[in-house]
Design a protein around this ligand. Structure first.
Ligand SMILES: Nc1nc2c(ncn2[C@@H]2O[C@H](COP(=O)(O)OP(=O)(O)OP(=O)(O)O)[C@@H](O)[C@H]2O)c(=O)[nH]1
Ligand SMILES: [Mg+2]
Length: 254
């Protein structure tokens, strides 16, 4: 599991504890490796993660957490890239690779449903805000409207069967598929900002239109997130529109 983290000292301890607890209870026999990518945080994210890791690993033999660290802040895309390349490196073809945010708005219990979808035969499973039963607690109406607008736009301009939520970072991938796409696309992660999550789906679908994508409803506990959002609305909208324009024009090699 890949978790990008930037200035998450207030959240990372709880996240690792909830993961260890939740997965210990819900998937007791599963071998899980968490690759936490600290992207040059200016706060004590790394130190808190390290202390929590040591404590949890001492108490729970099946819990394994690897801390990866960028010296300087390089942005979400680079952190996702570091994490996914590491995951592809250590994963067996039969494994499942997941990603989630470090801010506690994504809850570990949903990992059970996401990974189940891969066992059911899907290749990519996304926790989606746009499925019956999804619920968002604590996010401003403005942000909800923006995400909804992005979803409508992307569904019409870049349709991927099964996908309505192109930007949520809570996902599971069949390792064999992700490894193949990463191996055969040197520029698999080329975006620099938050549009990286969208671009990953677009590139996977372009690489193999037969991949099976599916969504499950998400419960987004935005009220559990401590600290401010790192998403900068203006730049993210501009970056997303530029990305869609490039991909629609057939430009993929960047
Ligand atoms: N590595 C890295 N991770 C980042 C950076 N900015 C944000 N993140 C992480 O990426 C994840 C998503 O960031 P959030 O601030 O939660 O953004 P979001 O979920 O799109 O927006 P919110 O709805 O505000 O939560 C979190 O785990 C952050 O710690 C960054 O510059 N580098
Ligand atoms: Mg978040």
């Amino acid at each position: 599991m890949v978790v990008p983290a930037y200035n998450e000292e207030a959240n990372v301890g709880r996240l690792l504890e909830d993961l260890a607890d939740g997965l210990g209870q819900l998937m007791p026999n599963s071998r899980v490796t968490i690759a936490l990518v600290d992207d040059g945080s200016a706060d004590s994210t790394f130190e808190v993660a390290e202390q929590t890791r040591l404590r949890l690993e001492a108490n729970q033999p099946l819990f394994r957490c690897v801390l990866l660290r960028h010296e300087k802040n390089r942005g979400l895309a680079e952190a996702i890239k570091t994490g996914l390349l590491y995951a592809c490196d250590i994963a067996d073809d039969r494994d499942i690779i997941t990603t989630m945010d470090c801010d506690n708005s994504h809850t570990p219990g949903l990992l059970v449903h996401l990974t189940r979808k891969i066992f059911e035969g899907y290749d990519v499973a996304v926790a989606s805000r746009y499925r019956n039963g999804s619920r968002i607690i604590g996010l401003t109406l403005f942000r909800q409207l923006l995400s909804w607008g992005a979803s409508i736009l992307l569904r019409s301009l870049m349709p991927i069967p099964g996908i309505r939520d192109y930007t949520c970072g809570f996902r599971a991938y069949r390792a064999s598929c992700l490894k193949r796409v990463v191996r055969e696309n040197p520029t698999f992660v080329s975006e620099s900002g938050f549009s990286v999550m969208l671009d990953i789906l677009l590139k996977m679908y372009r690489h193999d239109p037969h991949l099976a994508f599916v969504e499950i409803p998400i419960l987004l506990r935005y009220d559990w997130k401590k600290g401010a959002s790192k998403l900068r609305v203006g730049p993210t909208i501009r970056q997303t529109l530029r990305l869609v324009a490039r991909r629609r024009l057939g430009q993929w090699d960047d």
